[in-house]
Design a protein. Structure first.
Length: 345
């Protein structure tokens, strides 16, 4: 068959009325649109992160020894993960120990003298004033011993590296043998009880207080969450970052650093006219539907918003009670193409 004849045959078929659709008969492939109240949703993706990391810092000048942590390792609060050593540290520790020994000896001697004065007071060998002076001397010696002991204990505490929290090691910045100064950050830890979900959204703006569900990957237990803070739009991709926390008083077992997943937020309820998405026709950058009328299918331009399942919200162009065609809509929409087609000269 010649190409021109084939084209004319196709156009002729398009120009024929569709079987089962009559201008004045019942429409079995159309629906009546109604005004419906629904809750739109917005989807984003994110992961659970610490709100703020905790730095483990050196308290004394010394060299790191016996460092035994790696990134990703979970450690409990108080766990010893290393020590500080060096000649300066050993010299100061020896000095503090000597002070403690002297203070302990002075306290022992003061206690012995007080005991003697208490025994000789009844024999009138010691006076009441001597006894009072002996008691004061013992109090002073005891205070000096406690200060020396506390000083040694505090120094010992500062040269032992302990985890300040229950958390996961996120970074180890120095190795064994490194010389560090007071305030130097040796490692960073992410606390297990101070985590948030950071997610990114596209489209409509996110506002604090919005609620939704976090669906972690690999689990069937969604977690109810709420937006606590909205961050500035990322200029790199136009996404809207937001921070979320669980709504429950206690964090669920799946609320663990590094867990990623999908976040579905619920927006305020809206009233819209919903039409089946399959009824929409895109033609030359505009959206249309076909109204079923007594005179047959009629084109109607519409302004749409977003899809909700199998339906799409319509902002303008339709009213409740209109009947729209939902089957073979593109064929009906362009069925008069053959009438407008003109064969070139």
């Amino acid at each position: 068959m010649r190409p021109v004849a084939s084209l004319l045959l196709i156009l002729g078929l398009l120009a024929q009325p569709i079987a089962g659709i009559a201008a004045d008969g019942p429409m079995v492939d159309s629906v009546v649109v109604e005004r419906t109240t629904f809750t739109p949703t917005q989807t984003g993706y994110g992961d659970i992160r610490p709100i703020a990391e905790v730095a483990l810092t050196a308290q004394q000048t010394g060299r790191i020894t016996a460092l035994s942590v790696l990134p990703g390792q979970f450690i409990k609060k108080g766990t010893v993960i290393g020590h500080l050593s060096g000649t300066a540290i050993e010299a100061r520790r020896a000095e503090y120990r000597a002070h403690l020994l002297q203070a302990t000896a002075a306290e022992t001697n003061a206690a012995r003298l007080l005991t003697i004065d208490q025994r000789t007071l009844s024999d009138q060998i010691s006076t009441r004033q001597q006894l009072i002076r002996a008691e004061q001397a013992l109090k002073y010696a005891r205070t000096e011993r406690k200060i020396a002991e506390a000083t040694l204990n505090e120094f010992t505490r500062k040269i032992v590296l302990r985890s300040p929290i229950n958390g996961t090691v996120t970074a180890v910045q120095y190795a064994n043998g490194s010389l560090v100064q007071p305030g130097t950050t040796i490692a960073r830890l992410a606390p297990t009880n101070n985590l948030h979900l950071e997610a990114r959204f596209f489209g409509a703006p996110i506002t604090p207080g919005m609620r939704g569900m976090f669906h972690p990957l690999g689990t069937h237990k969604p977690i109810a969450v709420q937006v606590t803070q909205v961050l500035p739009i990322d200029p790199r991709d136009g996404s809207q970052p937001a921070l979320l926390r669980p709504i429950a008083p206690t964090a669920p077992s799946d609320w663990v650093m590094g867990v990623a997943g999908r976040v579905v937020l619920s927006r305020p309820p809206q009233t819209r006219i919903l039409v089946p998405t399959r009824a929409l026709i895109l033609d030359q950058g505009r959206w249309w539907v076909l109204l079923h009328t007594a005179r047959g299918p009629q084109r109607q331009a519409v302004t749409i918003e977003h899809s909700q399942g199998d339906d799409t919200a319509v902002l303008s162009g339709l009213k409740a009670g209109d009947r729209v065609i939902v089957e073979q809509v593109y064929r009906l929409f362009h069925r008069d193409f053959a009438q407008r087609y003109q064969q070139p000269d």
